[in-house]
Design a protein around this ligand. Structure first.
Ligand code: BG6
Length: 488
């Protein structure tokens, strides 16, 4: 049975409150936890954005966002009660001469409450907003700040942001969000690995042949073209989500589930990633960019047309990488990562492929065991085993999965990743947030791959929307005698 333990009453200020993330994810997530009884009625939520809106107009946009973007039903009395918690302050948070006193008024009497500042804004203004908060006297002893990704666009900018934020908030009050860590199935990775004795003895180069991590999306870049074109799949997805998944698969058992115990183990993995330089970038990476095609039977535009008429771009919408981890546990075990937009299906999964038996007794079979962790959709896991196919006709070996589907096993509403993460900020639990050095280590590795691409003047390979990505990605595996798991 899911249990909702109420959090203490809090004040939450969302900067960038009229943006897509806030309306699509943050407010709907807060509503769900409010409805579940986890958020006390005297909590306050203040939206901050530049638009000159009244409080009622802003509440209406939260309501419309819930209906149109999050596909929710805003007609319930609970939703109206939730809207009552919400205030709005029109403010350009990067400017000292804005009406900061309005925000001060809105938070009056809340010095003894947990106060969360959620920066759902471009990272270039994180430092500036923190400084304004301090100067306006808004940073109370119980204040904490949440930073949305991307945290910069390379190591240098990430460091500059971290340093600017650190002038106002100590590291234990900085919550760097990677929403993948809030997904139920991603948290389950820790439980699967460390609450079952079965896996640890085989969780290494001794028994594992390779690991595949896939985050495939059907969506294109849509209206986010301006942001995305400066970022690309490497910065948008690999630097954070895929590397976090890799860390959770590869890290050593932490001493406890304390935030720092987990984060210390994750950073060791990032530091052990073998650099991919100009000499090996061609053999270890593939970039792609989608062209028009059919996704789920619907015709869709190519990336360049989505950007706008006459646009050119060498930004990648697909990346495949062969990553290697230089430590005792993983030496010689490749971790293949791939992510892309406009692929044939939405599918995030981790596939651990074990080595084949040392000696084959049977004529058929010989398929390696695989553990497939399905992160989304259809959350669950499969353990592929060889069995004797029943019935006459000789001893026939067949590969079949032991299949656990969460939907069948548990009947609960699947919470959005942001729900858990927002409540963890209020509770002061940093386990599912990234530490400064972790983000920087991830950028250090990603930066040199991007530098190697630049140094070799290579360009993304075109792929048809709705296909599995560029052919070169299949060849990257084929050269090693391996194959990606099918996307459909
Ligand atoms: C975001 C990226 O962090 O994750 C998006 O910026 C991407 O480009 C999204 O679409 C994917 O998240 P999810 O939860 O839908 O897998």
């Amino acid at each position: 049975m899911a249990e909702f333990v109420p959090v203490p009453s809090f004040d939450l200020v969302v900067f960038g409150a009229s943006g897509d993330l806030a309306l699509r994810k943050l407010f709907p997530s807060l509503f769900h936890r409010f409805k579940d009884g986890q958020i006390p009625i005297d909590s306050r939520i203040v939206g901050v954005a530049r638009q000159a809106l009244t409080r009622d107009a802003f509440r209406k946009s939260v309501s419309d966002g819930f209906v149109n973007l999050a596909k929710g039903d805003a007609s319930s009395p609970e939703f109206q009660a939730f809207l009552d918690l919400i205030d709005y302050v029109a403010l350009d948070a990067t400017r000292a001469d804005g009406p900061w006193d309005l925000l001060v008024q809105s938070l009056a009497g809340g010095k003894d409450k947990v106060r969360v500042f959620y920066l759902s804004t471009p990272p270039s203004v994180f430092g500036g907003i923190c400084a304004q908060l301090r100067d306006a006297g808004l940073v109370s002893p119980l204040s904490r700040v949440v930073l949305e990704k991307p945290l910069g666009r390379d190591l240098a900018s990430a460091k500059a942001i971290n340093d600017a934020v650190a002038e106002v908030f100590s590291e234990d009050r900085v919550y760097r969000i990677d929403h993948y860590l809030g997904k139920e199935t991603v948290q389950n990775l820790l439980v699967l690995r460390f609450a079952n004795a079965l896996f640890e003895p085989v969780w290494s180069r001794a028994a594992i042949d390779h690991v595949q991590i896939t985050v495939a999306e059907t969506i294109g870049v849509g209206s986010r073209g301006d942001y995305y074109d400066k970022s690309g799949a490497m910065r948008d997805m690999v630097q954070n989500h895929l590397l976090q998944l890799l860390c959770l698969v590869a890290m050593e058992p932490p001493n406890s589930v304390d935030a720092d115990a987990i984060r210390t183990e994750k950073i060791k993995v990032l530091q052990a990633l073998v650099p991919i330089g100009p000499n090996d970038v061609a053999a270890h990476s593939v970039r792609g960019q989608y062209r028009e095609g059919l996704v789920e039977s619907e015709p869709v535009k190519g990336y360049l047309e989505e950007l706008g008429p006459g646009r050119t771009s060498s930004t990648e919408t697909y990346v495949a990488l062969k990553a290697e981890i230089a430590n005792w546990r993983w030496s010689g075990v490749p971790f293949y990562l791939r992510t892309g937009k406009r692929l044939p299906s939405r599918r995030s999964e981790i596939v651990v492929t074990f080595r084949p038996p040392p000696h084959s007794l049977f004529d058929q079979g010989g398929e390696p065991n695989q553990l497939v962790m399905r992160l989304q959709p259809d959350e669950g896991m499969e353990m592929w085993l060889q069995i004797k196919e029943p019935g006459p006709g000789g001893l026939r070996v067949k590969s079949v999965p032991l299949d656990l589907s969460y939907e069948t096993a548990f009947t609960l509403r699947y919470p959005d990743a942001y729900e858990r993460l927002l409540m963890d900020v209020v509770r002061g639990n940093l386990s599912l947030f990234m530490r400064k050095d972790e983000v920087e280590a991830a950028w250090a590795w990603v930066d040199q791959v991007i530098a190697a691409w630049d140094a070799t003047s290579s360009h993304p390979h075109p792929y048809t929307a709705g296909s599995d990505g560029p052919l070169q990605a299949a060849l990257l595996m084929d050269r090693d005698g391996r194959k990606w798991r099918d996307l459909i």
